[in-house]
Design a protein. Structure first.
Lengths: 708, 307
C-alpha cells in the first residue's frame, strides 16, 4: 500500500508496524511529529502500547532502558540537544545490551536553530521572474536561487514545509514588511558567503534584487513590442507605396513572440523567412493602415510595466553581456531611443551609464546591477536570459535597509520550501532554507548508526533496526535529516502488518527482569571484568555489519528493497575518490559529474552505516584509487575528522593504499561550494600525481578576515 | 542502655507486631557494606516487607556498589542499576513494561540515596510521581554523598561536618538546613509519603508494606546512619538513629492520602545534644550551636504536634 508520509511519520509508522510496547519520548523540534503521531496511534487504538510522557530526554531513554530490561520492545525518538542530554544513557543502553531503537532527527547542535519559515505573504521569485506567495508555491516549481558559485540559477522546489508558530519577527523596510522566524538566515555579504539571522538585521543593508513586475500584463507586452521595434525593427514605405514594418533578427523566438504579442492586440503580423540564408528571420506587416496603427500603438509610455517590457524588448534585440564584462550592455546610436532607454531605466530605479564608442559613434547603455535588471525587465529571449543568469550575486548593487526588526507573538501558519541550491529569493532577498548536522558526537556510544536518504529508507531502516538490535542485543539509531526528511512528504510503500510480523517476530529478551528468575543488571564493573565486557560489546558492534547485510538480504527478499552499507558513485575506475557522508554527498556528486564530463577519473563513495564502520567495503571501494579526499562536516577536536580517522585506520595494514587527505568544511550547515570541492579534488589529484601529501588535514572555505 | 530508649521503643514495637516480615533474606549477606551500615539494614528490612514480587531499580551509590561487585550480587530479586539521576525514570519504564506484560502482581521499586533523590535525581522523581506511575520510591538517607567520600548533599543537616563543609576558621560546617524531601513529594499529591528510621524496623516495614500495596506513586524516606560519614562507632548505628527520633530531630510520620499521621511520638523528647554528641561530624559544635539546633528542632516538633 502506498501512502504519502513525511520522514517523521515514516519513523512513527515503522514503530507501529513493529508493534512496539513502550514508547518513551520527550518532544523536541523537529522530532515532535514522531511523538505526536505515536500518541495518535495509541489514542486511536491502532497501536497497543504504553506511552510514557517523560519530563526530559534523559528520562526518556532511562524509561526505555527500564522497559527494555523488563522485556518489551521499546522505541524512542529525539534530536540534537535531546540526543546530547541522552548521551550518558546511550552508553548505558549499549552497555546493558538493550535492543532499543531510536529515531534521531539530525539538527545542528547549537544556535542558529534551523527552524526557519515565512508567513504566507512572503513573495518567492519564481522561474518566470514573477513573484508568487510562498503558500502558493508547488513542488516542482522553478524558482531562482544562488548556486554554489554565487551565480543565479533556476532551481527546482523539492519540498514544501508548513507548520504553526508564534515566534516570528517582522522586518520593516521602506518598501514592504516581511515576517519570518527570528533565526532565518539572509544573504548579507556576497563576497564572503555570509548569511545573517533575521533577528540581527536591524539597520543592516541587504543585497536586494528588487521586485519584478506583473508579467503577462498588456502594458509589458506593448513595451516589449516597442522595444523590439525600436531595436531591430523598422517602419518604412516600400516601392509599391505600402507602409511596412519589418524586424530582422537572428532568434526566431523574438519573431514568434512578436507575432504572438501582436495577435494579442489584434494586429495581423506574418512571419516570413525570406532572409533566412543570411541567418535572419523576419516578421512583417504590410497593410498601410495596420502599420500606421501599430506605430501609434507602440508610443512610449511611462507605465512601469511598459518600461520593463520596453527594456526587455530592446535588450532582446540589441543587448549583450554579461558573460565576460558582467554588465548589461545595450547598443544604439539613436539619441531618441537612448533617451527612452534612460527614461525607462530611471523609472525602474536601475542605475546605468551611457558610453560613446568614439570610432563607431555607437552608444552603449551599461547597467552594472545585472540581477536587478534581469529581474525587473525579464528578457523573453532564452539565450540572452541564460546569459544574464551567468552573473554573480556579487553584482547585485542595490541594497535595501532593514529599518527595524519587531518580534511578533501571534500563532500563525508559516511556510518554507527546499530547493536544490538550498536558497531562494523572497521579496528580493536571498534566503537560506535549511541546515544540517550529524550525530558524530555520540559515535563511540556503541549504538549502530544508520543515515537515511529518503522516507522509504527511514521506514525500512527502522524495521531492519529492530531485527538487528534484537538479534545482537545492541541499540540502533536511525538518523534522518531534520526538515529535509522529517517534514517532507513522499509517497512511500507501507508493508503489510502480516508481512512485518513475519519479518519481526514477537520480541523476546533473553534475560528480562523477572521475579521468577531474578537477574542483576548493571552491577559494579570491576577492572577484572570491565575490559571483557567492552570487548564483547565491541564484538557485537563489529559483527553488526554482517547482521545488517544479512537482515537487509532478508528484507529485500520480503519487501524488495535494500540500501547497502556504502554507496559507490562512478568510483569503480576512479583515480581520485571523494568520500562523504550525508547531505554533502549530493553537491559532491555534481562535482564528480563535471569532472567525468571532461573525461577525468573522479568518483565518489558515500557512507550510509557509520557505526558499524564499513572498513572492508571501503578498502574494496577505495583500494584502487591513487588518492582519497575525505570531506566532512565534523572534527574530532585536537585530531582530524571522524570519518577520515576511521578510513585512514581501515587502510593501516593494507597495501597498496591510496593517499588520504581530510577536508573539514561546511560546519554548522555552512555552504560547501563546488569550487571548494574542486579544490579538494585538485589537491587529491596533485597528491596522486606526486605521490606526496604535504598537509593531511585542511579546512575548506575558512574566512580569513574573521580569523584576523 | 544509657538513654533508656529501649523501653519506649519496645512499647511501639509490640503494637506493630501484627506486621509480619518475611523470614527470607532477599538481600543476601556477604555484601561489602561497612560494619554498622545503616543503609544496608534499610535494604534488608525493605525487601523483607516487599517480598519477592518486585523489580528493583537502584541509583548509583553506596548500596549499588556494595551489593553488586561483579560477578557477585546480594540481590535475590530482579535488580537493575542504570545511573545516578534517573532511578525514578527507569522505574517508570519498568512499570510501563509490567503493565504491558500484564504482570500486575509485580511492583516496580526505585531505591536511591539522598543525593540521588534530593539533588541529582529530583527531576526524574518529580516527573515519575507527577505521571502517576504505580511504583514505590525508597530514599535511604545517610545525609551526604558517602559513596564518594562524605561530601555534603541537599540532605546534609545544619552545622554538620563533611569533606566539602569542613570546619575552618571562618566557616564551620554545613550552613544550610536539610532539604525537606518528603514534603516536596507530598506537594506532588502522591497518595502515600512516609518517613522511617532503621532504628524502628517494624514501623519501616509496616510503611513499606502499606506503600507497596497502594496503586500509584508512593514514597518512603528512611534515615540510615553512616558510620564513617557520621563519625560514629560501628556499634552505635541503631542508638544514634533512635536518638534522632527520640530527640525529635527526625520525626516518623506518614501522609496517607494527604492526611498527616505521626506514627511515633516520643513520650518525652530528649535534648538534641545527646544525639549530636555521639557523632564526630558534630564534634565542633559549641553550646550556642547546640541550643540553636535545639530551637530549630523544637520548632519542627511543634509543627508535628510533638511536645
Amino acid at each position: 500500500m502506498k501512502q504519502v508520509l513525511d520522514g517523521n511519520e515514516a519513523a512513527a509508522t515503522a514503530a507501529k508496524l513493529a508493534r512496539v510496547k513502550v514508547v518513551s519520548a520527550y518532544p523536541i523540534t523537529p522530532q515532535t511529529t514522531i511523538v505526536e503521531k505515536l500518541a495518535e496511534f495509541i489514542a486511536d487504538g491502532e497501536l497497543d502500547a504504553e506511552y510514557i510522557k517523560v519530563e526530559s530526554e534523559h528520562s526518556a531513554l532511562s524509561a526505555c532502558i527500564g522497559a527494555a530490561a523488563t522485556g518489551v520492545r521499546t522505541f524512542t525518538a529525539t534530536s540534537s540537544q535531546g540526543l546530547m542530554l541522552m548521551s550518558e544513557m546511550l552508553f548505558v543502553a549499549s552497555g546493558l545490551r538493550l535492543p532499543i531503537v531510536m529515531a534521531n532527527v539530525n539538527r545542528s547542535l547549537s544556535a542558529p536553530l534551523s527552524i526557519w519559515c515565512f508567513t504566507k505573504d512572503a513573495k518567492v521569485l519564481m522561474g518566470d521572474l514573477t513573484y508568487k506567495s510562498i503558500s502558493e508555491v508547488k513542488e516542482g516549481d522553478a524558482v531562482l536561487g544562488k548556486d554554489r558559485n554565487s551565480n543565479l540559477r533556476f532551481t527546482k522546489v523539492k519540498r514544501l514545509f508548513r507548520r504553526r508558530t508564534d515566534n516570528l519577527v517582522e522586518l520593516k523596510t521602506d518598501k514592504f514588511n516581511l515576517i519570518c522566524t527570528p533565526d532565518h538566515r539572509f544573504y548579507y555579504h556576497p563576497t564572503h558567503e555570509h548569511w545573517i539571522q533575521a533577528r540581527s538585521l536591524k539597520s543592516k543593508f541587504l543585497p536586494w534584487f528588487g521586485f519584478g513586475f506583473n508579467d503577462g500584463s498588456d502594458e509589458f507586452k506593448r513595451g516589449w513590442l516597442a522595444g523590439v521595434a525600436d531595436g531591430d525593427g523598422s517602419f518604412w514605405w516600400d516601392k509599391q507605396g505600402r507602409h511596412t514594418f519589418r524586424i530582422n533578427v537572428k532568434d526566431e523566438i523574438i519573431v514568434d513572440t512578436f507575432v504572438k504579442y501582436c495577435f494579442n492586440f489584434g494586429f495581423d503580423v506574418r512571419k516570413v523567412n525570406y532572409r533566412k540564408n543570411e541567418g535572419l528571420s523576419t516578421g512583417i506587416i504590410t497593410l498601410t493602415k495596420e502599420t500606421t496603427r501599430l506605430k501609434k500603438f507602440l508610443n512610449f509610455s511611462r507605465n512601469a510595466d511598459f518600461c520593463g517590457g520596453y527594456l526587455a524588448g530592446i535588450y532582446d534585440a540589441e543587448g549583450s553581456g554579461p558573460s565576460k564584462v558582467k554588465q548589461v550592455v545595450i547598443y544604439n546610436s539613436n539619441p531618441e531611443i537612448l533617451k527612452k532607454i534612460s527614461d525607462a531605466l530611471a523609472l525602474l530605479g536601475i542605475k546605468y551609464k551611457v558610453y560613446i564608442d568614439k570610432r563607431s559613434m555607437n552608444y552603449h547603455t551599461k547597467v552594472n546591477n545585472v540581477p536587478e535588471f534581469f529581474i525587473k525587465c525579464r528578457p523573453v529571449l532564452e539565450r540572452k536570459r541564460n546569459n544574464l543568469l551567468k552573473m554573480t550575486i556579487k553584482s547585485v548593487k542595490s541594497r535595501l535597509k532593514i529599518e527595524d526588526v519587531v518580534p511578533i507573538r501571534e500563532n500563525t501558519e508559516v511556510y518554507n520550501l527546499e530547493t536544490d541550491t538550498n536558497n531562494y529569493i523572497v521579496n528580493g532577498f536571498l534566503v537560506h532554507n535549511c541546515d544540517q548536522q550529524d550525530s558524530m558526537a555520540v559515535r563511540d556510544s556503541g549504538w549502530v548508526q544508520l543515515y537515511c536518504e529518503n522516507n522509504q529508507e527511514i521506514l525500512d531502516s527502522t524495521l531492519q533496526a529492530f531485527r538487528v538490535a534484537e538479534e545482537l542485543l545492541l541499540p540502533v539509531m536511525v538518523c534522518l535529516d531534520g526538515y529535509i526528511l522529517s517534514h517532507t512528504a513522499e509517497p512511500i510503500e507501507i508493508p503489510d502488518q502480516a508481512a512485518v510480523d513475519k519479518f519481526l517476530p514477537v520480541y523476546k529478551f533473553p534475560y528480562p527482569l523477572d521475579p521468577e528468575k531474578p537477574v542483576t543488571m548493571g552491577p559494579l564493573g570491576v577492572p577484572e571484568y570491565y575490559e571483557e565486557f567492552r570487548y564483547m560489546l565491541q564484538e557485537a558492534a563489529r559483527t553488526s555489519k554482517e547482521k545488517l547485510v544479512e537482515v537487509e538480504k532478508e528484507f529485500k527478499k520480503r519487501f524488495g528493497r535494500s540500501y547497502g552499507l556504502i554507496e559507490r558513485y562512478r568510483s569503480d575506475d576512479a583515480k581520485v575518490i571523494l568520500l562523504t557522508m550525508g547531505s554533502l554527498s549530493s553537491s559532491a556528486k555534481e562535482v564528480v559529474d563535471a569532472h567525468r564530463k571532461r573525461g577525468e577519473k573522479v568518483g565518489l563513495v558515500k557512507v550510509r552505516s557509520f557505526r558499524p564502520f564499513p572498513n572492508k567495503e571501503l578498502i574494496e571501494a577505495l583500494g584502487q584509487a591513487k588518492a582519497v579526499a575525505v570531506l566532512e562536516r565534523d572534527i574530532s577536536l585536537g585530531s582530524a575528522g571522524g570519518l577520515f580517522l576511521d578510513v585512514a585506520a581501515s587502510f593501516i595494514n593494507v597495501k597498496p593504499a591510496p593517499l588520504m587527505l581530510n577536508f573539514i568544511c561546511g560546519l554548522a550547515g555552512r555552504d560547501v561550494s563546488p569550487i571548494q570541492i574542486k579544490e579538494a579534488v585538485q589537491a587529491a589529484r596533485k597528491a596522486a600525481e606526486t605521490g606526496k601529501v604535504k598537509r593531511a588535514v585542511r579546512w575548506l572555505g575558512l574566512r580569513e578576515e574573521v580569523l584576523g | 542502655m544509657p538513654y533508656g530508649g529501649w523501653g519506649c521503643a519496645r512499647k511501639y514495637w509490640v503494637e506493630d507486631m501484627k506486621v509480619e516480615p518475611t523470614e527470607e533474606e532477599l538481600v543476601a549477606p556477604g555484601h561489602r557494606a561497612c560494619a554498622g551500615c545503616g543503609c544496608i539494614l534499610a535494604m534488608r528490612h525493605a525487601l523483607k516487607a516487599l517480598g519477592k514480587d518486585v523489580i528493583i531499580s537502584m541509583a548509583t551509590g553506596c548500596m549499588e556498589v556494595v551489593t553488586t561487585p561483579y560477578p557477585e550480587t546480594s540481590w535475590r530479586v530482579p535488580w537493575i542499576h542504570v545511573a545516578f539521576e534517573n532511578t525514578a525514570a527507569v522505574a517508570s519504564g519498568i512499570e510501563a513494561a509490567l503493565k504491558v506484560l500484564g504482570k500486575r502482581h509485580v511492583k516496580s521499586v526505585a531505591i536511591a540515596g539522598d543525593g540521588g533523590t534530593a539533588d541529582i535525581g529530583l527531576q526524574a522523581l518529580s516527573g515519575a510521581i507527577e505521571r502517576g506511575h504505580n511504583f514505590l520510591y525508597i530514599c535511604y538517607d545517610n545525609e551526604a554523598y558517602m559513596n564518594t567520600g562524605i561530601q555534603r548533599s541537599g540532605a546534609t543537616p545544619y552545622k554538620a561536618w563533611t569533606t566539602t563543609t569542613p570546619i575552618g576558621k571562618v566557616k564551620r560546617g554545613e550552613d544550610r538546613p536539610k532539604k525537606d524531601m518528603p514534603a516536596i513529594v507530598a506537594a506532588h499529591g502522591a497518595p502515600y509519603v512516609a518517613t522511617a528510621s532503621v532504628a524502628y524496623p517494624l514501623d519501616f516495614i509496616k510503611k513499606v508494606k502499606k506503600a507497596a500495596a497502594i496503586e500509584g506513586p508512593t514514597y518512603i524516606h528512611v534515615q540510615a546512619p553512616c558510620t564513617p560519614g557520621w563519625r560514629i562507632e560501628d556499634s552505635k548505628t541503631i542508638e544514634v538513629a533512635r536518638l534522632a527520633v527520640l530527640t525529635g530531630s527526625w520525626v516518623l510520620y506518614e501522609i496517607d492520602q494527604g492526611k498527616l499521621n505521626v506514627t511515633f511520638k516520643p513520650p518525652k523528647r530528649r535534648p538534641i545534644g545527646e544525639y549530636l554528641k555521639l557523632q564526630g561530624r558534630f564534634r565542633h559544635l559549641t553550646d550556642e550551636d547546640i541550643s540553636e539546633i535545639q530551637r530549630a528542632v523544637d520548632e519542627q516538633c511543634k509543627r508535628f504536634g510533638l511536645e
